[in-house]
Ligand binder design. Structure first.
Ligand code: BGC
Length: 401
């Protein structure tokens, strides 16, 4: 079967600064690695130096867009201070993207904060919101002519869940009321930031499109849990749907930026429920995630009611064999094509990730890249499944058996 994608479909890949650049020692994550004795990001993929080659690679694959993030701790090394040299660096990054025919999708906050921000209470201190807005504003001023797509936050609920409820990411809190306080400040920063970007970019020929990347999980009741259905429904509402519906209602969401990876079985245990670790029928990837392409179709169909254009800003996997990467990719693209055929306005797809990189508390072992990174030489080498992706991107079409 041959599946054609719409002519305007944007094929891309995604990265983030902390996971790829290296040398981000002024960030709260750097301190966290030390305090928890985690594998440090250190030089990561040396993308800070090697970005021209990486973008050349993306262009050779036939990609037309690249999602990346800016490191706040580089732009604002101290409270109220702006580093022009780092702004120029990101200007050069964007120029290189454009020279390679890649449309920039810029993320301002991808899980990391400057150390000084964390030390003054981070997202728990409402007075700190202005620091983030200052960073947003100087960055938007500097890059407004070159960027049409802005993502203010990456997966705020994942950030809050891991950092404020589970305590496995900085700042290592484990309290729902505290998480709610941080949530309020983040959403307030988002809403003000949205209008700030709109305002700064208002004279540009193309109107800035502003959003946040929203992670969605296909929640399913664990068959062994009595109230599993209730827990799955609650989690779905809390985690997947309510935030974007709220932002849309408040007229500050221009498109849905959807990140989707897997299915999670839940059991009932308090208001948030809990992931259940029983063996389930789905194939597992390297990280033990339940692979469930149908979930992406379901999320897309359901998102139709938001009545917004949709970009899949992350989808990908870590595997041990190229066949498994390919299997994952092709099945998820089929799910997207089915959703498009059923009337969903999906405009693009970004594979996570362009290159293998630093997977947070899991270190460098899980490999999500289209290109393998040799961490001793920093050489990149395309994995076999990347050639399949390149063919799909270049032909805007996929053969599916
Ligand atoms: C995050 C990435 C992460 C990826 C794979 C996404 O939710 O945005 O930073 O590497 O998942 O776990």
């Amino acid at each position: 079967m041959q599946i054609e994608f719409p002519h305007y479909f944007l094929w891309g890949a995604a990265t983030s600064s902390y996971q790829t650049e290296g040398g981000n020692l002024n960030s709260d994550w750097s301190d966290w690695e030390k305090s928890r004795k985690l594998q440090p990001a250190a030089d990561a993929c040396k993308h800070y130096q090697q970005f021209p080659q990486d973008f050349q690679l993306a262009s050779d694959l036939g990609l037309k867009a690249l999602r990346f993030s800016i490191e706040w701790s580089r732009i604002c090394p101290r409270p109220g201070e702006v580093c022009q040299r780092e702004l120029s660096h990101y200007k050069a990054v964007i120029k290189s993207l454009k020279d390679n025919g890649l449309k920039p999708f810029l993320t301002l906050h991808h899980f990391t904060n400057p150390r000084w921000f964390a030390h003054s209470g981070g997202w728990l201190n409402s007075k700190n919101i202005d620091y983030f807005l200052q960073y947003l504003s100087v960055t938007a001023q500097a890059l407004k002519e070159d960027v049409d797509y802005w993502l203010i936050f990456n997966e705020p609920l994942v950030y809050l869940f891991n950092g404020y409820i589970k305590g496995i990411w900085p700042p290592g809190k484990t309290s729902l009321p505290i998480a709610i306080r941080a949530f309020k400040n983040i959403i307030s920063a988002y809403k003000t930031g949205y209008w700030e970007i709109k305002n700064i970019c208002k004279h540009n020929p193309s109107v800035a499109q502003v959003s946040l990347a929203k992670h969605m999980i296909a929640f399913s009741p664990c068959p062994n849990s009595k109230l599993g259905g209730l827990s799955a429904a609650l989690r779905d509402k809390l985690f997947n749907t309510s935030l974007c519906a709220y932002l849309k209602k408040n007229k500050c969401l221009d498109f849905l930026a959807l990140n989707y990876y897997y299915k999670e079985y839940t059991k009932f245990s308090g208001p948030l429920g809990e992931e259940c670790s029983h063996k389930h029928k789905e194939r597992k990837n390297y990280l033990g995630w339940n692979i469930y392409p149908q979930g992406l179709y379901q999320m897309l169909i359901r998102s139709k009611k938001l009545n917004l254009p949709i970009m899949i800003t992350e989808n990908g996997t870590a595997e041990e064999s190229s066949e498994m990467y390919q299997d994952y990719m092709v099945k998820h693209l089929k799910a997207i094509a089915d959703a498009i055929a059923d009337g969903v306005d999906v405009r693009g797809y970004f594979w996570w990730s362009l290159i293998d990189n630093f997977e947070w508390d899991k270190g460098f072992e899980p490999r999500f890249g289209l290109a393998h990174v040799d961490y001793s030489t920093f050489a990149r080498k395309l994995k076999p499944f990347a050639f399949r992706y390149a063919k799909i991107c270049k032909e805007n079409m996929m053969t599916y058996d």
